[in-house]
Write a protein that binds this ligand. Structure first.
Ligand SMILES: [Zn+2]
Length: 410
């Protein structure tokens, strides 16, 4: 939905103008920075790669933060194909702060992980004119570079004007691509006091922002039956795969119960040799929903499905709703309009669209922090080997974030 208001441009102070022109000269450095960071594989499971990137990123932010720390996070719990709950270690979060006693506080965030594992064939960068192809160049290392330069610009502004009333916190996590299962507590701990937030996920290929986002949940239902020899004692068996198929059908039937709520049965694990009645199956599924009020009703439905167990079998529900919906409420809309107005002053025509995709902006919104989450670079084909970003979006997006930040200085 496009919401355009009065096209009056902000009148820019001389300090602001000179910092915008300083930013305009940073494109080459920004590209070099991006190329260095994108060359390191940081698939969510690549803990060594993520640690290496975090050290390089920390070095760049040290001079503009009062302190920056690398915090460990809780491991992620996973359900194996045999229905066992296991733990997987996750890389940590860089938390940096500047002027934490200032009257107004911003939280800025983006993830360092990508969807490309260490053994992915998609590892190298390719430059073709204005287009840079490579893993994570748009989602979201380009955004990380934009954030760094916007904050460098803000600190120049603070030096020039002496106005120290805006403080900020950066949260750079390593597990966003799997739903920030480990870092969510750090968002609650360091993000919830902020007055507003900016996240640097890529904007849409058109340059537009994302407004409303659905919520999301990932679940597993483990079905346990009884193994038996298919020839000798078939009737002693309790077939977990058949029960799992029935669960899958019931889950699929939840589609259409509410408008815009979807249940995607993604995978069923289970079974083995043809002569064995299978004793374990795991149904894996994702739910997307537009409104918080659906969460309780959906939970109730899942409980009902799990309790409807065939005789001699056991079912258990794992997982949960990991990202609450991000509705377009009043403070959020105001912040989007502010970003839009800041865009107008540098010639960006910004509108916003809604999506079913989720990000850490959902989490911050649920903590009561209005935030615009697509302040990153212009690019596309994210989560695919065709991922690209547009080099000439680096400077304008850093200028946009800088102007938005100073528009919030008391
Ligand atoms: Zn992302």
């Amino acid at each position: 939905m496009q919401l355009l208001f009065g096209r009056f441009a902000m009148s820019l102070e001389p300090d602001t103008k000179s910092i915008l022109s300083w930013l305009a000269k940073q494109q080459d450095q920004m590209v070099t920075q991006l190329a260095d960071w994108a060359a390191i594989n940081t698939g969510t499971a690549n803990l060594a790669g993520l640690r290496q990137l975090a050290e390089l990123v920390e070095a760049e932010f040290t001079s503009i933060t009062d302190h920056i720390d690398y915090l460990a996070v809780d491991p992620q719990t996973e359900v194996s194909s045999r229905g066992e709950v296991t733990e997987r270690l996750l890389a940590g979060v860089l938390v940096g702060r500047r002027r934490e006693k200032a009257t107004r506080q911003a939280v800025l965030s983006i993830h360092m992980d990508t969807v490309y594992p260490a053994d992915s064939p998609f590892q190298t960068l390719k430059l073709a004119g204005n287009v840079l192809h490579g893993p994570g160049v748009a989602d979201a290392k380009g955004g990380l570079v934009v954030m760094l330069y916007a904050l460098r610009a803000l600190e120049r502004y603070v030096e020039a004007t002496g106005n120290r009333q805006l403080g900020w916190t950066i949260l750079l996590n390593s597990d966003e691509e799997i739903g920030s299962l480990g870092s969510r507590n750090i968002f609650a701990q360091y993000g919830s006091d902020a007055n507003f937030g900016l996240l640097f996920e890529p904007c849409l290929p058109s340059g537009h922002l994302i407004g409303q986002r659905k919520g999301s949940g990932n679940f597993e239902i483990v079905v346990r039956g009884q193994a038996a020899h298919a020839g000798r004692e078939f009737y002693k068996g309790r077939n977990a795969v058949v029960a799992a198929a029935n669960v899958a059908r019931q889950l699929h039937e939840l589609n259409g119960r509410w408008p815009d709520t979807t249940v995607n049965v993604a995978k069923i694990d289970g079974g083995g040799p043809n002569n064995v009645v299978p004793d374990v199956a795991v149904v894996r599924f994702n739910i997307r929903y537009p409104s918080q009020q659906h969460e309780a009703e959906l939970s109730h439905d899942l409980e009902r499905i799990v309790q409807d167990v065939p005789e001699g079998m056991v079912m258990s529900l794992h997982g949960g709703f990991f990202a609450p919906p991000k509705p377009l409420n009043e403070p959020y809309q105001q912040l989007l309009e502010t970003v839009q107005k800041c865009g107008e002053t540098i010639g960006l025509d910004l509108a916003w669209e809604s999506t079913g995709g989720v990000c850490d902006g959902n989490r911050l919104a649920a903590l009561g922090v209005p935030n615009v989450d697509t302040m990153g670079v212009q690019g596309g084909n994210i989560h695919s080997p065709q991922e690209y970003m547009l080099i000439d979006s680096l400077v304008p997006r850093a200028q946009l974030a800088f102007l938005t930040l100073i528009s919030q200085v008391p």
